[in-house]
Design a protein around this ligand. Sequence first.
Ligand SMILES: CC(C)(COP(=O)(O)OP(=O)(O)OC[C@H]1O[C@@H](n2cnc3c(N)ncnc32)[C@H](O)[C@@H]1OP(=O)(O)O)[C@@H](O)C(=O)NCCC(=O)NCCS
Length: 156
Amino acid sequence: MKLALLARKDIPRCVEIEKQLFAADDPWSAYAFRSELDAGGYYLGAYTDGDELVGYAGLATVGRPGDFESSVHTIGVDEAYQGQGIGTALLRALLAHADELRAPVFLEVRTDNDRALELYARHGFTRIGLRKRYYQPSGADAYTMKRPSRSEQEAG
Ligand SMILES: CC(C)(COP(=O)(O)OP(=O)(O)OC[C@H]1O[C@@H](n2cnc3c(N)ncnc32)[C@H](O)[C@@H]1OP(=O)(O)O)[C@@H](O)C(=O)NCCC(=O)NCCS
């Protein structure tokens, strides 16, 4: 398994995995992935030794040096490959990138997504808010979570 920058040719496979994982919550289209890449998002793919894409994750960053702010926009692993550490590896790679930028990281996660909530909690995220009916069309609620920037972590 290896991680690499997501390529545009991977988008159809991402869309396929999105449909599998987020059927109830408006899975991202190819257009959405293209827009994220065009906007300069830091997107990684997880590839098998046979170069099949089995997971992806993306971080968007706004601001300027000294005052960056990042958000995890998506993270997903093909169900057949979950539980093997791929999601953890993807998240850690995004967080390493955010740490280089000294950016705090924000994300939204369904309040009933226990697996993701645990994963984020283990990586320094805490809940900072609740967004009612954030996901559509399911109407599911989301927690907003934040992981402090490297500078905030160092300041203790
Ligand atoms: C969340 C997600 C990305 C994690 O990916 P993953 O490759 O399965 O993650 P990992 O194998 O690194 O495991 C992360 C943790 O999830 C839990 N987990 C993983 N597979 C599990 C399984 N089959 N059953 C129960 N818990 C499991 C474990 O707590 C694991 O931590 P561990 O290190 O203690 O074993 C993946 O489950 C996924 O794509 N879910 C659907 C999409 C989603 O919810 N994305 C997040 C939206 S905010």
